[in-house]
Write a protein that binds this ligand. Sequence first.
Ligand code: SAM
Length: 453
Amino acid sequence: MPSVYIKTYGCQMTERDSESVAAQLVAKGYSLAASESVADVVLLNTCSVRDMAEQKAIGKMQNIAADVRRNRPDVILGFMGCMAQSRGQRLIDQLPDVDLVVGTQKFHRAADYIDDILSGRRQKIVETDAEQGSEAAIREHLLHGQAQRGRSVSAFVSIMQGCNQYCTFCIVPYTRGEERSRSILDIVAECRELAQGGVKEITLLGQIVTSYGKRDIPARDGKSAFVQFIEAAHEIEGLERIRFTSPHPKGYGADLVAAYARLPKLCPSAHLPLQSGSDRVLKAMHRGYTRARFLEILSQLRHVQPEIGLTTDIIVGFPGETAEDFNDTISLINEAQFDNAYLFKYSQRKDTTAAEMPGQIADELKEERHARALERINAIGRRRYESQVGKTAQILVEGPSKNNPARYMGRTRCNKIVLFDGSPRHQGQVMDVKITRTGSFTLYGDPAILNLE
Ligand code: SAM
């Protein structure tokens, strides 16, 4: 059977989509290739959130077409995901070597499309139509050695698709469609199966995961559909940790804050996208909260879980962002004391309202603001990581470290990476380590010295 190589650009949702396509292909007998240079089928699963991500994927495909295709004319080349959805046929017009374009509601059909091309039933395939029920079609996992890097103790579970927020900067509602949620029973069944297969940690995924089930599942006892689902997952035997991403601050009602206090499997970490510290910019972005509300959520979370790990996303250079607006973002960064933050330079996206707004910011100014904000984020993050030295942390060991396979990698409940001198017997263990030193957004731990005191 042929082999397939999938390269993924973008967020955890995209990573999860790639995993399910790979699992479908493995179930049909395909093998997973280690690189594009030896694969019979090469798929690039793309991201459209920023222009740079699109350009990277297009450049990569051009190189593959030039190198791989020249030597092996039968190799099948395909784009999947958000850029495939937004550009469709235009990708083949621009890159005639591409055989396959699979949109965001067609991932579950990718393996069949590849079969069709390999068997000569079809030649070029572009499939980007909406499909009812596709939100429940991302369900196959790669476990037990099929995974390229020990993900089998920790799994992503896609619980919804799409977004209705229409933030003015964001392309996601156009590439992922309207919000659609799976049923609680369906997701619980998938999580139970994962737990039976040895998974100890699940990360629930959705474009705005806290909006899960909003339209279909009524609130009960003051609890949103999302909190009801977390409670159901909490009951699953064998699961030890529950995480989710990415939420929206509007989803942090009293019910979710209280869940952090009363549900021990819900890990004390939250990735709360801020975007800007200026109320004027937040309004222009259509975010639906103020700076004061955002800070209130952080303080409520720290009240119920004082050690909670807090990370965020920030955009600099949104159209019309003044020096004063940017200073508001810097002052919020200082006040919020995030453990880490992903910082983005605003990128104009097709079809979005902000792309047409006046006051687009010059690249040099974006660059300057990015550097200033990054300096603050790094300085605060470093201090917060250093404050962990000497403490004991519970980690779930995922496997050998990517950069140095002699080391093992685990995650604390607060979602910080810990490296330690481990061995295969540590894989999948929940264990305590003593934090001995820090690296760049990394902790180093020692399991051996724990009992010596
Ligand atoms: N659920 C998240 C939220 O509440 O906004 C959205 C996740 S989005 C896929 C990941 C991040 O990409 C966003 O939080 C935002 O910071 C960044 N992003 C989205 N559109 C962008 C754009 N046009 N330019 C720069 N960064 C962008």
